[in-house]
Design a protein around this ligand. Structure first.
Ligand SMILES: Nc1nc2c(ncn2[C@@H]2O[C@H](COP(=O)(O)OP(=O)(O)OP(=O)(O)O)[C@@H](O)[C@H]2O)c(=O)[nH]1
Ligand SMILES: Nc1nc2c(ncn2[C@@H]2O[C@H](COP(=O)(O)OP(=O)(O)OP(=O)(O)O)[C@@H](O)[C@H]2O)c(=O)[nH]1
Ligand SMILES: [Mg+2]
Ligand SMILES: [Mg+2]
Ligand SMILES: [Zn+2]
Ligand SMILES: [Zn+2]
Lengths: 211, 211
């Protein structure tokens, strides 16, 4: 394989591997603690019954999130990013070349918790999903616009906490739509199960589209 | 003034200006939405009665946080960082050279919401304060260790939400102490006022020490 210098080329290269394997790759991004791993725990409980799933975890150090998912029997590859505040296509390419992808239906990539830099580093994913916790404030799409501008789905997470914070789902949805009319917004909660079916339905229709 | 290339030199230069003016400079860092601006709104309500305070706001785009503080009559300078996920000493130096510092007692810098890169870019501040919202999970010191390793204070924010999340203040405090024994931890809430007096007391003793 020729030397790929920039991130775009490497991302396109990863995408070739994903398409050859016939899997759907999802890049999950958010601020730290918005609920990416919790969403994966809850989603894979259902998805793993019917589909072959795998996860790539990106963290500065340690394997805390990977171990949470391994406890559920999920296959997880850990990427330690060190000082880097985001995953890049080269880090993912190393894993992609070492993993048997052909049996997979879904490959989830949990990015490093950061609402800025992951927006500029595509990894080869088919879909980009941003989680915004209702505890962070509904102004985040205005303050961190780039990541909301180029994503496919925005999940407003922890909606069981709405009674205790001054977050408006309607206002936040409007801010997202103004930036990115094609983005679909879902209000979800791991605690009450709100919106989880809508999210799982979106995943399966995204999968069917990618086939 | 000689050309200062690296961030450390520029930070030291900023510090010279801060010390010449006799002010205390605090760098506030956190994940997006942990409560930095809310803490400033609440703190400056008290501090501005007795002391001359000013704020430098760092955001990718816009002046949403600066305007929240200006509504309270606070003097605020806005730095727009564009694609950069953190403030650096050069951005701050530009403001420092354009502002009359000699009348100030406190200068707060609200950094871009990011738990990774701000850890590596000192700005010339005297004290580094990290906010960790109890809604983000108590594992954050383990997962994003660098910023917790080199700070003076950790504030556990939004403690009114503790009954609704599985965050342990004791566990999080232990994780911080393991990484950084000199850091002081406070549990605070803007809604109930919990811990705000302790935080204001810490600020005034830090100010006295810097004189
Ligand atoms: N109340 C409530 N808490 C939630 C929900 N989802 C996640 N949490 C809590 O939010 C905290 C962070 O959740 P994680 O799933 O670890 O978040 P993350 O985005 O994976 O965090 P990083 O990988 O460190 O960036 C934990 O304390 C979870 O228990 C939810 O729907 N409701
Ligand atoms: N329940 C509760 N909510 C809080 C508290 N402090 C802040 N919030 C809410 O948390 C959200 C974010 O607060 P901000 O002060 O804007 O947070 P920030 O760290 O300045 O955010 P960025 O500058 O965008 O990174 C807002 O909806 C606030 O109302 C608190 O003590 N309790
Ligand atoms: Mg996680
Ligand atoms: Mg703010
Ligand atoms: Zn960065
Ligand atoms: Zn100077």
């Amino acid at each position: 394989e020729r030397i790929l210098n920039n991130n775009e080329d490497l991302a396109a290269h990863n995408r070739e591997h994903f398409d050859a394997a016939g899997l759907l790759c999802i890049n999950l991004m958010s601020a730290p603690g918005a609920g990416k791993t919790s969403l994966l725990e809850r989603s894979l409980l259902d998805l793993s019954k019917h589909w072959q799933c795998s996860v790539i975890e990106g963290d500065m150090v340690g394997e805390l999130d990977a171990d949470r998912l391994r406890k559920l029997g999920v296959d997880v590859s850990q990427i330690s990013t060190g000082k880097s505040c985001h995953l890049d296509a080269q880090m993912v390419a190393r894993v992609v070349h070492s993993k048997a992808l052909d049996k997979l239906d879904y490959l989830f990539i949990e990015n490093v918790g950061n609402l800025v830099c992951p927006a500029d580093f595509p990894l080869g994913e088919h879909k980009r999903v941003v989680l915004l916790s209702v505890t962070e404030g509904d102004d985040k799409p205005l303050k961190y616009p780039v990541i909301f501008h180029n994503c496919d789905v925005v999940l407003f997470t922890k909606c069981d906490l709405l009674p205790y914070v001054n977050f408006s789902v309607a206002r936040a949805t409007q801010y997202v739509q103004d930036l990115n009319p094609r983005a679909q917004c879902f209000a979800v909660s791991i605690v009450t199960g709100q919106g989880i079916d809508d999210w799982l339905n979106w995943l399966s229709s995204a999968y069917l589209q990618s086939q």
